[in-house]
Write a protein that binds this ligand. Structure first.
Ligand SMILES: [Zn+2]
Length: 498
């Protein structure tokens, strides 16, 4: 697989040196010093770091103003109380940012529907785990049946098992080829310092691709770019993109700011915290690499202490009343960390349930952004969050998913489709085969094929427009990896692990 042919820096030579890699403690200490020095140099030689308050994926211009105002008066709450506060009456927040219009219903698809065998309950069966009611109190114990199931599931991200998962769950040879082209594009757009940038700066692109993003958080960009590599079985220890992943992980670790409330990876937006922590936690879960334990633990603590103590969610800044999209990333990071063996306080998960209760409508079949409104994208996110938290109201979940799947995949809604694909497959929903065939083939057909953009995606998706081509490519690849990536975070083992 083509790798970036950048001239190796001192840091890169250091991190690929087996002698150094064998001594984690001293290696990390020295690397952080070196990276810190490098960053000092970068800070002096490049424009000032972007302002910390950024427009996240679902934010609008109004929301940016709101964030700026909130930043001036943000007050960090303490950690969530052990006993959840009483649930307040639902009220529409005055500060709720307007969401984008709903995706067009029933997009006309020119993609022929391909008959697909009904998806068997492969997730649960393959994992050998029967979902049980969630207690949300226990981290996944290592060496238990659940832990073994997770390990077995991770093996499906590569090799023959991956091929079988693709075949059994609705993937295709074309979708797998698209994944490989997408990973190659992502690798070509890694910056020299190991990061990714939504504005595609610092890499070989040099204006070769259109539709650069505007979000300034390099931790969010690096995290979301790493996830597709991890999803396809590439880690810092194995796979053709070993060096790419290693450099990305070291970049993220170098950006952790120690604070009394944990390791701050946000770069101004809790999106960055959630996405970057998720990438580090996935790498930890896949490799058990001890160098990642402390960074993940610290980053998780920051998430825990940044939770809105009253409403239970997260938003751009620590302590703000939550929204569904930012909350979903924190929940995914916490689930992944717990599945990697780290402890996550149960009141934190209780808070997520409290938040979902506040934004649900139609009896829990639909979800709003900050209030109970039936919006397509946030409904897909909310339903997947319910799955993460082990909600046992299967009939309601399936009713909500059926309504979202009925019009077919949104033509431009890559973010909505990313979440809906996970939830439909997770539930082995009757709508999955038909919906997936359309979404899969739509994605394959829409992949860039010319010039520097070859292997990438960009959609007219207002939900994720600020993330630009980098975010869309990462989300598209992750969606096409759903057939084998579901675990450990997105599968029955994840649900059953709590
Ligand atoms: Zn490019």
């Amino acid at each position: 697989m083509a790798m970036p042919d950048d001239t190796p820096t001192g840091i890169q030579r250091l991190i690929t040196n087996p002698a150094v890699r064998s001594g984690y403690t001293s290696a990390v200490a020295h690397l952080l010093v070196l990276i810190g020095l490098a960053l000092l140099w970068i800070d002096r030689s490049s424009p000032p770091r972007p302002r910390p308050i950024v427009i996240a994926f679902a934010a609008t211009a109004d929301a940016a103003d709101e964030i700026g105002a909130a930043a001036a008066e943000a007050v960090m709450p303490g950690p969530p109380a052990a006993a959840p506060p009483p649930v307040a009456p639902l009220a529409k927040s005055e500060s709720e940012s307007p969401l984008v219009p709903e995706p067009n219903a029933a997009p006309e698809s020119t993609v022929p529907l391909v008959p697909v065998e009904p998806v068997a309950a492969v997730v649960a069966k393959a994992a050998g785990v029967v979902a049980r009611p969630a207690s949300l109190t226990q981290p996944t114990p290592a060496g238990t049946a659940t832990g073994d199931a997770i390990a077995a599931a991770l093996a499906r991200r590569s090799g023959l098992d991956r091929g079988a998962a693709v075949r059994d769950r609705g993937g295709s040879a074309a979708s797998e080829a698209a994944v490989e082209r997408g990973l190659a594009w992502l690798a070509r757009h890694q910056a020299a310092d190991g990061s990714w940038r939504f504005d595609l700066s610092g890499c070989q692109c040099d204006g070769g691709c259109r539709d650069a993003g505007t979000v300034s958080s390099t931790t969010a960009a690096t995290g979301i770019a790493l996830l597709p590599f991890l999803g396809a079985g590439h880690t810092q220890a194995a796979g053709a993109y070993r060096e790419t992943v290693t450099r990305g992980l070291y970049y993220l670790m170098s950006r952790i700011q120690p604070t009394p409330r944990g390791g701050d990876l946000a770069e101004g937006t809790m999106y960055g915290q959630g996405v970057a922590t998720l990438a580090l936690a996935e790498a930890l879960g896949m490799t058990k690499d001890e160098m990642l334990v402390r960074p993940v633990r610290d980053a998780v603590r920051f998430i825990v202490t940044a939770q809105d103590a009253y409403g239970g969610g997260w938003r751009y800044l620590p302590g703000q009343a939550g929204d569904t999209t930012v909350t979903a990333w924190q929940l995914a990071a916490l689930k992944s960390a717990a599945l990697a063996g780290l402890e996550v306080p149960s009141p934190t998960f209780d808070g997520v349930c409290r938040f979902l209760d506040r934004v649900e409508t139609q009896g829990g079949a639909a979800y709003g952004y900050q209030s109970p409104q039936a919006r397509s994208c946030t409904s897909a996110i909310g339903l997947l969050c319910r799955l993460y938290t082990g909600w046992d109201r299967a009939e309601v979940l399936d009713r909500g998913l059926a309504a979202l799947a009925k019009p077919g995949p949104a033509a431009q809604g890559v973010y909505q489709n990313f979440y809906l694909s996970q939830a439909l497959l997770q539930r082995d929903h009757p709508a999955w085969p038909r919906w997936n065939a359309r979404n899969r083939d739509q994605l394959v057909a829409r992949q860039g094929a010319i010039g520097h953009e070859a292997g990438s995606w960009f959609f007219a998706d207002p939900e994720t427009a600020p993330g630009g081509r980098l975010a869309h490519t990462a989300l598209a690849v992750l969606t096409l990896e759903v057939y084998y990536r579901l675990l450990p975070i997105y599968g029955h083992a994840a649900v059953a692990g709590f």
